[in-house]
Write a new protein. Structure first.
Length: 531
């Protein structure tokens, strides 16, 4: 009797475990999002993008189930019964993200892995005595296995979505490899022939990698050129969501979490990139001009051409404006403060070009906290927005100089822009990649952000609290993603090209929110990041 009771206890425990597992994988009746693929989607300790995908979806609306398996090809995922197990759990209304190809070019028959599929999309077959399993097997093409996944999912009433491959860390002439062999192209063709959505993850990731540059991307691949770190896998997961947001056939966007909704659709990210210096159009003297002045967070280096992988937002902001109706000129210079941009003569050159109807965006602060007087840079300003002054003999220039407050210099830019008939817009400085222990971005609301707002108010200029706008978006996306995508290695101030583009979108959003500011009429609304 005791043995029988124990058996019932064991049985009940097993049933309870299955019930809990079923609930965790969406057994409550809500749809599930299955991921099938290889190690680039699931590999060890959080090193595949599928392991991070759930962060971008609302768990109260949909359950993400990562069934990808390292080392598998489209063939072995099928022959080992892994796909059969997925189908057993799949129900009507579920989704299936399908991505294979990295391992399909392997050996068709050997005693180590025997995982290769026949090349192409046709119906060719090859019969083998599998040296690894000892069984007879009919091997099909990559296309055959992919079609089988798609059709089986459809038969269950689920919605399949095909992905091209993730990108390997292989570069040539500053361009990253786009696809391993022909598998990405074949995946696209299969999706088209089967009338299912396709996400070109290869292009999405490659575009971001090229904006980050090979030095930054090298950090993403600590072991080899194929498998990413956990941080980079998280980035790739966000890029998966970027591609999914462009799919209109399936209602996946309705299942996104707040973090997922903050990810820009790839169609909005893929811009013309005329902001690369070599592609800048000539200014038309008959059009109004938007002048931009600031420090390295607006334009890095003397050329503003992405030296060391660092970009300022003043470069990509041009793509947010209708260049047929307004000129955009970025005159910011890395290393300057509100004081030295003036004392070096840079402002006088810009002011000479300002005409009635022009605009000037002003953003300083990152360098204003430096020493007022030293032999290295002597670029600091007096803290605050008042009229305090300090007379010095500049150790760098050897000249007498009266140093003013940060706010005083901003007010001069505003006053002199208005004196030429221009419209001034002050921005608080962008936030650094610095976070508190409770996951908040450190603000500038008690110093340069506040003083910038006060100077704009006193000078009756427009003000964009760029520090707050960007900080809030960083927090929504999370420190892990922000640190990987937006900032260079060991650098908490200077953004990558991807970070500069994201910050430029925030500037455009700030302009859009300005009441009675005519500059907003020149914005290309389609290029402003969606909430």
């Amino acid at each position: 009797m005791k043995k029988t009771i124990n058996n019932y206890v064991v049985l009940l425990a097993i049933l309870l475990l299955f019930s809990v597992a079923d609930f965790l994988e969406g057994g409550s009746g809500q749809p599930r999002l299955f991921v099938i693929g290889d190690s680039t989607a699931r590999n060890g300790a959080e090193q595949g993008w599928g392991s991070h995908l759930a962060d971008f979806f609302d768990p109260n609306k949909i359950t993400v189930v990562n069934r990808a398996r390292a080392g598998r090809s489209s063939r072995t995922f099928f022959t080992e019964g892994l796909w059969e197990n997925v189908l057993a759990d799949m129900k009507q209304g579920d989704f299936a993200l399908i991505q294979f190809g990295h391992n399909d070019a392997g050996q068709i028959n050997d005693n180590r892995r025997a995982r290769g599929s026949l090349a192409g999309l046709g119906e060719e077959t090859q019969q083998i005595e599998n040296l690894l399993t000892g069984k007879h097997e009919i091997v099909h093409t990559f296309g055959w296995y992919m079609r089988r996944f798609i059709q089986d999912a459809k038969d269950k009433g689920a919605f399949p979505i095909v992905f091209s491959l993730t990108v390997r860390n292989i570069w040539k002439d500053e361009r990253v490899e786009r696809g391993s062999g022909h598998y990405s192209q074949w995946s696209e063709q299969i999706a088209k022939l089967q009338s299912v959505p396709f996400v070109d993850l290869t292009a999405i990731i490659a575009d971001h990698y090229e904006m980050l540059g090979p030095d930054k991307v090298k950090e993403f691949f600590p072991q080899d050129h194929t498998h990413t770190s956990g941080e980079a896998a998280y980035l790739n997961a966000s890029l998966v969501v970027s591609g999914l947001r462009d799919i209109t056939a399936y209602p996946l966007s309705g299942y996104l979490s707040e973090k997922g909704r903050r990810v820009r659709p790839y169609s909005e990210f893929r811009m013309t990139r005329t902001w690369i210096p070599e592609a800048q159009p000539e200014s038309d003297p008959n059009l109004p001009t938007l002048f931009i002045i600031g420090d390295s967070t607006v334009r890095n280096g003397t050329k503003g051409n992405g030296e060391n992988g660092q970009w300022g937002w003043g470069a990509p902001i041009a793509d947010f404006f209708d260049r047929k109706r307004i000129n955009v000129e970025n005159h910011a210079l890395g290393g300057t403060s509100s004081r030295t941009y003036r004392t070096l003569g840079l402002w006088s050159d810009v002011l000479a070009e300002v005409k009635p109807g022009d605009y000037c965006i002003i953003q300083f602060g990152h360098n204003d906290s430096g020493p007022l007087n030293d032999r290295r840079r002597a670029r600091g300003t007096i803290k605050g927005n008042g009229d305090a002054t300090q007379q010095i003999e500049n150790l760098l220039t050897g000249k007498d100089e009266i140093v003013h407050t940060y706010g005083w210099y901003l007010r001069q830019y505003i006053k002199e822009t208005k004196s030429k008939g221009g419209i001034a817009i002050v921005c608080s400085p962008i936030p650094r990649n610095r976070w508190t222990d409770d996951g908040k971005v450190m603000r500038a609301c008690d110093d340069y952000g506040r003083w910038a707002a006060e100077a704009a108010r006193d000078g009756r200029a427009f003000f964009i609290d760029l520090n707050e706008i960007i900080a809030a978006r960083y927090e929504a996306e999370g420190q892990q993603l922000v640190s990987q995508l937006y900032f260079g290695p060991a650098d908490h101030t200077h953004t990558t090209a991807a970070g500069a583009l994201r910050n430029a979108a925030s500037v455009a959003e700030g302009i859009e929110e300005l009441k009675d500011c005519p500059l907003k009429t020149y914005l290309l609304k389609s290029n402003i990041a969606a909430d």
